[in-house]
Design a protein around this ligand. Sequence first.
Ligand SMILES: Cc1ncc(COP(=O)(O)O)c(C=O)c1O
Length: 468
Amino acid sequence: MTMHDTSYAAVMARKNAIMKQSLGIDYDDYIQSPIAFDYERMMAETSYTMDDIRRIQRETKVGDTPLFELRNLTAAVRRISEPGKGATILLKDEAANASGSFKARRAAISAYQALIKGYRGMIAATSGNYGAAVASQAAQRGLKSIIVQEVFDSRGVGQPEIVEKGRKCEAYGAEVIKLSVGPELFYMLLRTLEETGFFNASLYTPFGIRGVESLGYEIAEQVRARYGKDPDAVVITHAGGGNLTGTARGLLQAGCTESRIVACSVDLSGLHMASDRDFNRKAFTTGHTGFGVPFATWPDRVDVPRNAARSLRYMDEYQLVSQGEVFYITELLTKIEGIERGPAGNTSLTAAVTLARQMDEDQIVVVQETEYTGAGKHHNSQLAFARANGIEVRRGNPVDNVPGKAIVIPEHLAQVQGRVQDLDKLRRSYLKNAAERLPIAEWTDSDFEFLAADIKKDGEWVRNQGVA
Ligand SMILES: Cc1ncc(COP(=O)(O)O)c(C=O)c1O
């Protein structure tokens, strides 16, 4: 057996070879320049049809999740809206997937791919839900699974939601490599892939994103079957952008070209994701701006050479909500609709309340309720942890929320307002990031074409920006 040099530098230098062996994709086949690559061909060459994806997912208890009309919440929103306003709010219940989140859709296709390509196991670096999904799918396919997870700050304290997700990975039979916050996550992932020869079930491969397409497709089918029309808006919680990308692609494949694609994240601006101190000062571990903004404005900051999740390609609007607003809506869902669901999905639900108020009564807004709740994910657990970490928790006007300092929970529904992000600003920030990879003077026509498609604008708009 060849002994590899396992120093940080040596492992990093072997990263492309490790990727090739652990995924079976040669990204060089698609890459056209430091910026552009053939995105659609990469997605198509996974060679799964929508029927294949749904059949594979059905085999392992994924998909066909229920769509519920939130009648009481819709009525409550109408009571605080202008006459004629207040869209019907529908909830797509992704907690019904094996392992309790929409991430099972991603993991199902990766597990199938790993199986048919003869890998003995699969590995993913993740803060949680995806780890549980990988472990659950691997278990059903007779594969081993290893999850690399950032759990602790330097005091050895773990955020309750992350600890909960780690327990779930272990319950499904995964080996969990638990790390403290820091740069070693990617290094550990590469080393583990190299040492085991397992499949790289990265969240950002074409297999993972194609797996989410069934979610958008099902929404289109279910809304049409029940209401005889397409959804007017679909609200999608955004972190790494795979949820939005896959769902939007699925809606488009079903022919829903007019549905408004709305991203939503919890506003955690001011907190630093790589900071040891801030790690445990956030009450949300995903679906927040600490991931959402950097990933939207430069998707390729991931553990594979090119990210198949490219949210600005599909996004029409980006809503922000505060932690306090999401806690309020979480309790409201429980108290008036009789179901408890997890924080990431309730982020979208919070934005949907704001949107529904602005939309007409005969319109439909669909919310992806993407995860289960319980134990460390539960809002009571999060609020207790926040208090223990010196964060003020009180009732009041949610505009007074300060990430890392104060969680202000609204006193009534009308205070749930959210706010929109300037999408063109995000697009310009994306272009700036592209210019850092390749100076603008070197951008070719095909780079311009790629960039325009990647931010849902035309070439003219890209050329007219200050950055280009
Ligand atoms: C339950 C849940 N919902 C939504 C998201 C956001 O998905 P994405 O990272 O693809 O944007 C995540 C990702 O961590 C998640 O776990």
